[in-house]
Design a protein around this ligand. Structure first.
Ligand SMILES: [Zn+2]
Length: 179
């Protein structure tokens, strides 16, 4: 279990190594970007978070059965274990609170970033197992390219003279969309 926001965790290194070896350049923990995301890619206006499944409550869902619920006066969350996040039985209330607060903070960070025109990509620790890592990172790459397009697309408004040119431009746009 890596502590929340600890830097240079192994999952984060896997992501960085993949990005770097595929020609992507990034910066780490940029203070000027809200929330100090793990990896910042300005060119794509994208922040990448590499989240540990336990600390960030991956796939946690509301408890279905009464016995799993954790309740207290000041605290109303009730969650049961997920495959990714097994809340310790001992001192369960403490752990549920802690993890839920992390989850809330995550959502708040993503929201602030998005309000400031940043895209967020969350990569989960469990998605970086050796047999999944390639697929996961290809999805990240796809998202990066989409983000890039969404930033720059509107800047290129081609001047269209003939119908033929118009059709070509439409085709091109379709192509870009489907990438
Ligand atoms: Zn997970």
């Amino acid at each position: 279990m890596a502590a929340i926001h600890s830097k240079n965790t192994k999952p984060e290194l896997i992501v960085r190594k993949w990005l770097w070896s595929h020609g992507y350049r990034y910066r780490l923990n940029v203070k000027s970007v809200p929330g100090k995301p793990d990896i910042v890619m300005r060119r794509y206006r994208t922040a990448i978070f590499v989240n540990g499944c336990f600390w960030h409550g991956h796939k946690l869902r509301k408890a279905q059965s009464e016995e799993l619920r954790v309740k207290s006066e000041e605290f109303t969350f009730d969650y049961e274990n997920s495959k990714c996040c097994k809340i310790p039985k001992t001192n369960r209330e403490f752990w549920v609170k802690k993890i839920c607060r992390n989850m809330e903070r995550d959502q708040e960070e993503y929201r602030i970033l998005q309000e400031n025109g940043w895209h967020c990509i969350v990569v989960w620790e469990c998605q970086l197992k050796s047999k999944l890592v390639e697929h996961t990172m290809q999805q990240v790459e796809l998202q990066l390219n989409k983000n890039f397009l969404s930033i720059y697309q509107h800047k290129f408004v081609p001047y269209i003279e003939t119908e033929e040119e118009y059709l070509k431009a439409a085709e091109r746009e379709e192509e870009l969309k489907n990438r």
